[in-house]
Design a protein around this ligand. Structure first.
Ligand SMILES: Cc1ncc(COP(=O)(O)O)c(C=O)c1O
Length: 441
């Protein structure tokens, strides 16, 4: 225990994706972090089971990343990314391109996952237009997809709560694949479930409905995270790839969560051996230390943009904080840490331990499914009658009181620890979950 921190006035802050009134009655504030642990405002140590929010892959306050940001802040605080540059932005792009599969070798940096998604959608439409196929403007997303909160992202996304308030003002011309979550066939799968590849064939039906010539791109999370960790059925992503190739559609993998070692490979594209045309990234790019996202594109997409007169701007898009020096410093340092500490290999080695620990919860009261891939895991609970999501939130609160931070997605408890987690900490998370799940109503 460390000394408690006096609480500030909680009133003025409008908290995102939070039940503000409930939170402010019973606040959970974190005041410092190191490695796998947070310290709470009331002086307790809490084991972080979710890498902040699927992002602190190198653990919290890694000294090398902290030092890189500190040094950068004193040396070069800001440079506009429009018609100007700084060395670290180019260096980080090259480092990301090295990690990305095959010919995905150009990177457009942004400041978040949401910006990455909306940028990727614009890049896709522009690519077709530049090739003389300007009528390709439709996007195909997927039910239960989360692609951030921009208008593009919620339009291709498939989370009802995020969409319903904005139904009338979303992008036109978006259709959705069915999701792949199916407890009847796939409950307690370890890694990719055996059933469900045929659901990719729905893309053929959607293409037939709209005609391929109107469709720009298909966007899916390689592994949907925010709706409860749904590993793709075996062969599913391959089928999507084949159908996209057949009809000239770009395939975008949203790897905002799955990038940077989360599923074992550098990206999930490598884990599953399926190469998309565009990958969106964020989170683990800087290990969560400074906000940053990016869009990694295939060479032929970049080349298509580089065709007009050389004096002309090729892509009328960007943000004041694109290529921000603090973010690029954090990004380079994070990639150094991943490489020097071989953290992706560490994640691969721990994945079976994590799998075993979570699947040990099968048979616990309320538990109706456990699923996992790499260091992404989910324990789905039966919803309490008439009160969806409440049981899982009770579990979150119970775990927090017992010193473990978990996250909920509906009635599913999700776990995505940093790649630095130890085997005993994995056990601690699973056993804390077990004891709390047994006691909630
Ligand atoms: C797959 C995916 N895409 C996009 C986003 C949005 O990222 P951000 O919250 O940085 O805007 C998230 C956030 O969790 C995500 O999981």
């Amino acid at each position: 225990m460390t000394a408690a921190t006096t609480l500030p006035d909680l009133g003025p802050l409008w908290m995102p994706f939070t039940a503000n009134r409930e939170f402010k009655k019973n606040p959970r504030l974190l005041v410092s972090a190191q490695g796998m642990y947070y310290t709470t405002h009331d002086g307790r140590r809490v084991l972080d089971g979710i890498a902040g929010l699927w992002c602190c892959n190198a653990g919290h306050c890694h000294p090398k990343i902290v030092e890189a940001v500190r040094e950068q802040a004193g040396k070069l605080d800001y440079v506009t990314a429009f018609q100007m540059g700084h060395p670290q932005a180019f260096e980080l792009a090259a480092r990301v391109a090295e990690l990305a599969p095959g010919s995905l070798d150009h990177v457009f940096f942004v400041n978040s996952g949401s910006e990455a998604v909306d940028t990727a959608l614009k890049i896709a439409v522009g690519y077709h237009r530049l090739r003389g196929e300007g009528q390709r403007t439709r996007f195909i997303g997927r039910e239960r997809g989360y692609h951030g909160v921009g208008f593009g992202g919620i339009s291709v996304g498939g989370m009802v709560a995020n969409r319903k308030m904005f139904g009338g003002v979303m992008l036109n011309g978006v259709d959705h694949l069915p999701h792949t979550h199916n407890l009847e066939h796939n409950a307690y799968s370890r890694g990719s479930p055996a059933w469900g590849a045929h659901l990719a064939d729905e893309l053929e039906r959607i293409v037939a409905l709209h005609d391929a010539s109107t469709i720009a791109a298909v966007i899916v999370e390689a592994v949907p995270g925010s709706t409860g960790v749904l590993p793709p059925p075996q062969g599913y992503l391959e089928r999507l790839r084949a159908i996209c190739d057949k009809h000239g559609l770009l395939l975008i993998f949203d790897e905002v969560i799955t990038g940077f070692g989360r599923t074992g490979g550098n990206f999930a594209a490598q884990t599953f051996g399926v190469q998309p045309d565009i990958i969106t990234i964020a989170k683990g790019l800087t290990s969560g230390v400074v906000p940053m996202g990016g869009v990694v594109v295939d060479k032929r997409i970049y080349d298509a943009y580089m065709t007009g007169p050389e004096f002309a701007v090729e892509f009328f898009h960007g943000y004041t904080y694109s290529n921000h020096p603090l973010a690029t410093a954090a990004g380079i340092a994070a990639l150094d840490v991943y490489r020097d500490e071989d953290l992706f290999a560490r994640g691969r080695k721990l994945a079976p331990v994590f799998e075993q620990a979570l699947h040990g919860l099968k048979g616990c009261r309320h538990v109706i499914d456990v699923r996992n891939i790499g260091l992404m895991g989910a324990v789905e609970l039966a919803p309490r009658a008439g009160q969806p999501t409440v049981r899982a939130m009770d579990v979150l609160r119970g775990c927090y009181e017992k010193g473990v931070l978990v996250r909920t997605a509906g009635d599913t408890v999700v776990l995505t620890p940093s790649l630095i987690i130890s085997e005993s900490e994995i056990t601690q998370i699973a056993e804390t979950l077990r004891s709390v799940i047994q006691t909630v109503a």
